[in-house]
Every structure is written in structure tokens, then in C-alpha cells.
Design a protein around this ligand. Structure first.
Ligand SMILES: O=C(O)CCC(=O)c1ccccc1C(=O)O
Ligand SMILES: [Mg+2]
Length: 367
């Protein structure tokens, strides 16, 4: 295939309600949508999931824009490409910038699947036509969190994640467990603890959490291995795993029982699939993480989560979880506790041109 034209859309949309982590409060989301077109006019769509500021990883909307325009697009525009894994390998010569790479690589996957006349999930060897959905509670206030959980359970979500930090962990989880003793519940610390907090972290074992996500340093793998020996709750790594090598190190050191795979954080769908395969071989559980993203990224997540190893419901929610109106059509909808893998070719969702126009703050074409 040959990509002859590409478009970048920088978009901005308010969240329906604020989302708090131990590090940041998100009220409005900027994003980047990437569209590529081949010689025949077939289109591929991707999304780069970096935030406006570098609170989760070092990338931002502006660094992604620079990387796409000045470095990554020139590596693929008008160049022959056999299949998307080749794009991933070509990008290996550029250090870091995983979300920028993933944004364009996923667009090429969508295009490639359409050329092959297959749904993307089928093309990548997915086995599940109904992807179980999980949801993240946006508030750390126990009363609000419990209200939210009750609403989400009514909507059919199968697993709930709450954000914790040292000022708000034991009591929050205790209150939730009082109301929902059997709920598939997990906690994400976004790196809010250190090894000094081992006693607090041990005390959370009593809540029978599915896992605790990223308790320690964002770039740590060694201390998580020390912590895992002290606590019963399986550790899930998120921020620490940005490459296949990181996953290998975590497996070798027994730093976690679970890895949250995010296509953006690991630099693309090809890398995400390699990480999935490595984890399955080594009995590490995986699930698909979320980035408060728009529908294009959600659609790629759904395709990835059809792979056999994704046995735990991911942070995969309806378009309406965060947005009044998403930029895709149809919108993503949780039904019977999950999302149906689409039967249309590629990601199986199209841009809602009217909505995209409404939320676009900048666009540029490259050819
Ligand atoms: O609902 C979602 O999209 C995921 C929410 C979430 O936990 C998250 C959102 C943005 C950045 C990092 C994380 C995380 O998993 O740590
Ligand atoms: Mg996380």
C-alpha cells in the first residue's frame, strides 16, 4: 500500500463530568485524530491519546503534533508499505513518542484491514465477538463514588475501577465494599505511593481487589517486585510498561501479575499484540486500558480486546461515559455488559463529520 494523503485534526471537547486521579483533574479533553488515504481512496483512522499536559506520560498534544508532522508522516507518506507491522519497525528508529507513533500506526491498521476486506479485530486474530466492558469512577468522594457505581452497574458494566491515593484509600474502599461486597473492584494509584507505604498497601488486601494498578514509581519495575512479595493483591503495571522490553523485565522480576495494555502507551497496535502474546506465554493476565479517549481510539481498543488473552474487562466504556456526543458513528454502546465487535471492515466505525467539525480547533492536510 501507499499512503498519498494524510490529515491531522486537533480537537477539543468538555467531559460530561470531571475526572480525578491522584495526579490531575481532567475537565476538558484535547485530542488528535489522524486520517490517512491510499491511492484508491480508502481511508484509515487513528487517534493519538496524549493529553494537553504531560501528567500521565511525557507526551502532549503539541509534541504529538510536531512528531507526526515533522518526523513520522514523512517516514510513511508516498513510501511503499507491505503491512502495518513494517510501520512499527520503521518507527523503532525514532526513540519514545509512543502515542504519536500509535496514532498513525493505528490509522494504517484500519486502512490495511479495509484493503483486506476484513474487520480489524478479525484481521489481528481476535476470538471474541463481545468484549466485556469495565468502567472507571471519576470521583474519589465515597458517597459520589457509590452513586456512580450503582448507575454503572445498572448500565451493565462488569468491573469497576476507582482511583486511590494515600489521603484517600482505605476508607474509600471500605465504604464501597460495604455496599458492594461481591463487586469486581480494582484500584488505580497512578504512582501515588512509595515503598514506605507498604503497611497501608498491605491493609488494602482485606478488600479482595482484583488488582492494584501502578502503586509505585512511573518508571519503576524493581520496587514493584519487592512490593508484590509483601502484598497478596496482584499488582497491575500501567505507566511502567512502555515497551516489550519493560514487560520482559517485569515478568523476569515478578513485579506484577497483570499488565494493563494501552495501544498508545506502548507505541501502537503491533507492539500491543506482541505484548499480549508475551504475557499469555508467561501467565501474566492482561486487559485493555483507557485514556479518556474519543471513539476512534475506543474502536481500536475494542479490536485489540478481542484477542484471547484479554480475559479481564478493560477500561472500555460507552461513548456516553465521557461525551455528550462522540466523533464517530455509530457511537460505542455497552449492551449486555459488553460491546459487540463490529462486522464492518477496518475499525467498523466512521467519523461523524458534523461532530468532528464542531470540535476541531485546527486541521492540516499533508500530501
Ligand atoms: O476510562 C478511561 O478511559 C481510563 C481512565 C484511567 O484510568 C486513565 C485515564 C487517563 C490516563 C490514565 C488512566 C489510567 O489508567 O491510569
Ligand atoms: Mg492506570
Amino acid at each position: 500500500m501507499k499512503i498519498t494523503e494524510a490529515w491531522i485534526y486537533v480537537i477539543k471537547m468538555p467531559l460530561k463530568s470531571p475526572f480525578s486521579t491522584s495526579l490531575s483533574k481532567v475537565t476538558e479533553r484535547e485530542g488528535i485524530i489522524i486520517k490517512v488515504r491510499d491511492e484508491e481512496g480508502t481511508i484509515g483512522l487513528g487517534e493519538a491519546v496524549a493529553f494537553s499536559t504531560p501528567w500521565y506520560t511525557e507526551e502532549t498534544v503539541k509534541t504529538v503534533f510536531h512528531m507526526l508532522k515533522d518526523i513520522l508522516l514523512p517516514l510513511i507518506l508516498h513510501q511503499p508499505i507491505n503491512d502495518p507491522s513494517e510501520v512499527s519497525k520503521r518507527f523503532d528508529m525514532i526513540r519514545g513518542n509512543q502515542m504519536a507513533k500509535a496514532g498513525i500506526e493505528t490509522a494504517i491498521w484500519d486502512l490495511y484491514a479495509k484493503q483486506q476486506k476484513k474487520p480489524l479485530w478479525d484481521l489481528i486474530g481476535g476470538v471474541r465477538e463481545h468484549v466485556p466492558a469495565g468502567v472507571v469512577v471519576g470521583s474519589q468522594d465515597p458517597i459520589e463514588a457509590i452513586e456512580n457505581i450503582s448507575m454503572y452497574l445498572q448500565e451493565g458494566y462488569k468491573r469497576v475501577k476507582v482511583k486511590i491515593k494515600p489521603e484517600n484509600d482505605y476508607y474509600l474502599l471500605k465504604e464501597i465494599r460495604k455496599h458492594y461486597p461481591e463487586l469486581d473492584l480494582m484500584a488505580d494509584a497512578n504512582s501515588a505511593y512509595s515503598l514506605k507505604d507498604v503497611e497501608i498497601l498491605k491493609s488494602l488486601d482485606e478488600f479482595n481487589l482484583l488488582m492494584i494498578e501502578q502503586p509505585l514509581g512511573i518508571d519503576d519495575i524493581v520496587e514493584h517486585s519487592i512490593l508484590q512479595k509483601e502484598i497478596k493483591t496482584p499488582i497491575c503495571l500501567d505507566e511502567s510498561i512502555v515497551s516489550l522490553q519493560d514487560a520482559k523485565s517485569a515478568i523476569y522480576l515478578k513485579s506484577c501479575g497483570v499488565i494493563n495494555i494501552k495501544i498508545g502507551r506502548v507505541g501502537g497496535l503491533w507492539n500491543a499484540i506482541q505484548m499480549h502474546d508475551l504475557c499469555v506465554e508467561n501467565n501474566i493476565k492482561v486487559w485493555c486500558g483507557g485514556m479518556i479517549e474519543f471513539g476512534i481510539s475506543k474502536a481500536h481498543n475494542i479490536a485489540l480486546a478481542t484477542k484471547s488473552g484479554f480475559t479481564i474487562p478493560g477500561d472500555i466504556s460507552s461513548s456516553s461515559r465521557y461525551w455528550e456526543e462522540d466523533i464517530i458513528t455509530p457511537e460505542i454502546k455497552v449492551h449486555n455488559g459488553g460491546i459487540k465487535a463490529p462486522s464492518d471492515y477496518g475499525i467498523g466505525y466512521e467519523l461523524n463529520q458534523r461532530r468532528l467539525k464542531e470540535v476541531t480547533i485546527f486541521e492540516e492536510k499533508y500530501d
